[in-house]
Design a protein around this ligand. Structure first.
Ligand code: SF4
Ligand code: MG
Length: 336
């Protein structure tokens, strides 16, 4: 059986006033049924753009490469067919559910309408399905609350409504773009738990997009770390946390709050700013911020700034770094 989602050589380029900006560059990823892939990176790393490309939601970008869903090529598919696939086979939820919900219709009407459009079901059946879905995502008194409007729900409940809507048509792939970023910590944990439960019960494939490795640790089996529109590292989640090979992954892990940190400990952010996508440097995009390059020999540093590192398999990870920790020379040195 082919993987549910397979992306290869994906490039997404936006026209800008200052010339084309390649926001996603030579990206490859695979998502299997019943598994969650976490895509991590800071804002501007290309993670949202990647997911929009998968959903076929970029009208103004040039998209090249291959995106297959269950073996079927999506790049170049007419909008009409993409629209049919969205909802029935893949669905997406966002950070801000209010922007995707209509203020003038009850949530029950909106879920029912979504179901009717994709399944051609009768109104009564679609209404029943809406109430059923609201119950399934943990909204109490779903029959009553189906008659309420989006603004009558709290942020967390609204995200549950979005999940109910996304799953009403039984998609095989759910893409969640920062679904918990706007929520407080307790509600965030509940939503992540819900997504993990639904994923398991339904054998869903999930792509979880986040800037937070803590979120990834809770829900993902596989992790892809993006930097500057490219893959920096990909690995199974445990292995990524235990043995990050890429200096950027290492930096993200170091910026996670620790249990032994007091409340007064500031988050350790990675110094420096994201690379320019308009005039990409010839070498590694992370070079200007990379502590490992800074500590390297002049010859190694020249390689970092002069040659782009290719994504290379190493100890079960895929790593794009000339000085990957997994390469013999550096593990023996023991320096990070
Ligand atoms: Fe750092 Fe060089 Fe590796 Fe890039 S290739 S991440 S600059 S060590
Ligand atoms: Mg984003």
């Amino acid at each position: 059986q082919p993987p549910l989602l397979h992306v290869k050589d994906l490039n997404v380029t936006f026209p800008t006033k200052h010339g084309p900006a390649r926001v996603v560059d030579s990206l490859a990823l695979t998502v299997h049924r019943g598994r969650t892939l976490g895509i991590v990176g800071e804002s501007g790393s290309g993670k949202s753009v990647t997911s929009m490309a998968v959903m076929g939601l970029h009208t103004d970008a040039e998209v090249t490469g291959s995106i297959t869903l269950d073996g079927r090529e999506l790049v170049g598919l007419p909008e009409r067919e993409l629209r049919r696939l969205r909802g029935r086979r893949m669905a997406m939820i966002f950070q801000d559910p209010l922007s995707s919900l209509h203020p003038y219709y009850t949530v029950g009407e909106q879920i029912a309408e979504h179901h009717r459009v994709h399944f051609g079901s009768r109104r009564a059946a679609a209404r029943r399905r809406a109430v059923e879905m609201l119950g399934e995502v943990g909204i109490p008194e779903p029959a009553r609350r189906a008659g309420e409007y989006p603004h009558q729900f709290s942020g967390g409940m609204r995200q549950r409504v979005m999940i109910a809507m996304a799953l009403a048509c039984e998609p095989e792939l759910l893409i969640a773009d920062e679904p918990t970023t706007a929520l407080d910590v307790t509600v965030q944990a509940q939503i992540l738990e819900l997504i993990a439960r639904l994923q398991e019960e339904r054998g869903l494939a999930v792509v979880m997009i986040t800037h937070d490795l803590g979120v990834v640790a809770r829900v993902a089996q596989d992790v892809l770390v993006m930097y500057g529109g490219r893959v920096a590292e990909q690995a199974p989640v445990d292995s990524l946390f235990a043995e990050p090979a890429h200096p950027y992954t290492r930096g993200l892990l170091d910026s996670l709050p620790r249990l032994d940190d007091g409340d007064d400990q500031p988050l350790r952010a990675i110094p420096g700013s994201p690379p320019s996508l308009l005039t990409p440097a010839p070498g590694c995009a992370f070079a200007p911020r990379c502590p490992r390059a800074a500590a390297a020999t002049p010859a190694d540093r020249a390689r970092c700034t002069g040659t782009r590192p290719e994504l290379t398999p190493s100890h079960g990870h895929l790593v794009a770094c000339h000085l990957s920790l997994h390469t013999a020379a550096h593990t023996c040195g023991g320096t990070r």
